[in-house]
Design a protein around this ligand. Structure first.
Ligand code: DAK
Length: 265
């Protein structure tokens, strides 16, 4: 897959775009195992917002590279932050704002994916893990608890009893256990994680970007509404897509037995 580096220079991440309408953000802070410092999170959000607004991108991959996704928040930075400082900094907003990205985001996970790193992955939409990846919320080992969505998203992903086990013991789990628990969408050999994530991202990019956006919104809605309201939200969005050019094109292409070319209109 041909890729093109972003013109914008970042210190803690690299950003690329591929010809197949995929944006790739790579965490790049080898010292400290891709620990999520405030400056890294700021750059990550900036890049995600830029890719979200870019018509040449339809799906985004977030990766930490082939050795490690992220060991979590930067403990050295956090050790100097007290209650009031944390409130003022509003770092949590970075994690919350990932939720506002409208395009599908795939987390490509190799190696450790811990604490804030797992919370970052869980803020994405699809999680692809390498066979030897290790996931967990080990915050309890350093006297804190998950603070960027872990108690909520992990519980919704794996259920109360598994989430309690992981959050209260701080133990790390391997890819198979994570997949069996519903935390990973797919498990592939370590060396295929990014390849598989990019392949899936290009596949998603070939679909209607409108349908992908609205479907993502509807799935996320399931996290914070009742079944009744969620079904209503889904139905209205379904009707909305019936009026799109992409729907005309998709159904026409089906009857003409050709590949649809979606424009996102
Ligand atoms: N932060 C800073 N440095 C880290 C780090 C981290 N999370 N993880 C590893 N490092 C550094 C180590 O200090 C070491 O640095 P040097 O000593 O070489 O200078 C280097 O990376 C290599 O680490 P190790 O020597 O420990 O390597 P090992 O292979 O033996 O072990 C490990 C790898 C990942 C198992 C181990 O390093 C480890 O347990 N790391 C800590 C993992 C952890 O506890 N993560 C959770 C952090 S708390 C919030 C937002 C986010 C969060 C909370 C609130 N808001 C906005 C409100 C999130 C909190 C967290 O993630």
């Amino acid at each position: 897959m041909e890729t093109q580096q972003s013109e914008k220079k970042y210190e803690n991440i690299n950003v690329e775009k591929s010809e197949s309408l995929v944006g790739i953000v790579r965490l790049n802070r080898p010292i400290g195992m891709n620990a999520l410092s405030s400056s890294l999170m700021k750059e990550l959000l900036e890049a995600l917002n830029e890719l979200d607004a870019d018509d040449e991108v339809r799906c985004i991959v977030v990766t930490g590279g082939d050795k490690i996704f992220s060991a979590g928040a930067d403990i050295k930075e956090m050790s100097n932050i007290g209650t009031i400082d944390a409130l003022k900094r509003g770092n949590l907003d970075y994690f919350d704002n990932i939720r506002k990205i409208t395009k599908p985001i795939i987390a490509a996970i190799n190696g450790y994916c811990l604490g804030g790193g797992l919370e970052l992955a869980m803020a994405c939409d699809i999680l692809i893990g390498g066979e030897n990846s290790k996931l967990g919320q080990p915050e309890i080992n350093i006297g804190i608890m998950p603070g960027a969505g872990g108690t909520q998203r992990l519980t919704r992903a794996v259920g109360k009893y598994k989430a309690m086990d992981l959050i209260l013991s701080g133990r790390l789990i391997g890819a198979k256990e994570a997949y069996d628990a519903g935390l990973l969408s797919r498990v592939v050999p370590d060396e295929s994680v990014l390849i598989e994530a990019k392949r899936l991202a290009s596949e998603i990019s070939s679909k209607s970007p409108l349908a992908a956006r609205v479907a993502k919104e509807c799935v996320l809605k399931a996290f914070d509404t009742t079944l009744k309201d969620g079904l209503e939200f889904e139905r209205r969005n379904f009707y909305l897509l019936l009026g799109s050019e992409d729907k005309e094109e998709g159904m026409k292409a089906f009857t003409e037995k050709r590949k649809a070319s979606f424009k996102g209109r």
